[in-house]
Design a protein around this ligand. Structure first.
Ligand SMILES: [Zn+2]
Length: 87
């Protein structure tokens, strides 16, 4: 039996390689960076660790998103950070 192939991707922030399904895809669109949980949007994509808050930091995303890094960091935090006002 052949070992099952697990597609791996590298997190753009921490540069760790992880199975693709453990990572969250983000895409640079002409309108700016967007989060792509479906993994199907066209455009220049990258992956970040959804479980590592340090990977959502603007300075770590700048290499990928450039001027859009701040917006992307904000979007990732809004999506992934636990909201303190919700129990
Ligand atoms: Zn990471």
């Amino acid at each position: 039996m052949k070992p099952k192939h697990v597609p791996e991707r590298m997190c753009v922030a921490c540069r760790r390689r992880r199975p693709k399904r453990e990572l969250l895809r983000v895409v640079l669109t002409p309108e700016g960076p967007v989060i792509d949980p479906s993994g199907k949007k066209p455009g220049r994509g990258a992956y970040v660790c959804p479980d590592q808050p340090e990977c959502w930091a603007e300075k770590r995303l700048r290499r990928f998103a450039g001027a859009g890094a701040a917006a992307l960091a904000q979007a990732l935090n809004a999506l992934l950070a636990p909201a303190p006002e919700n129990p």
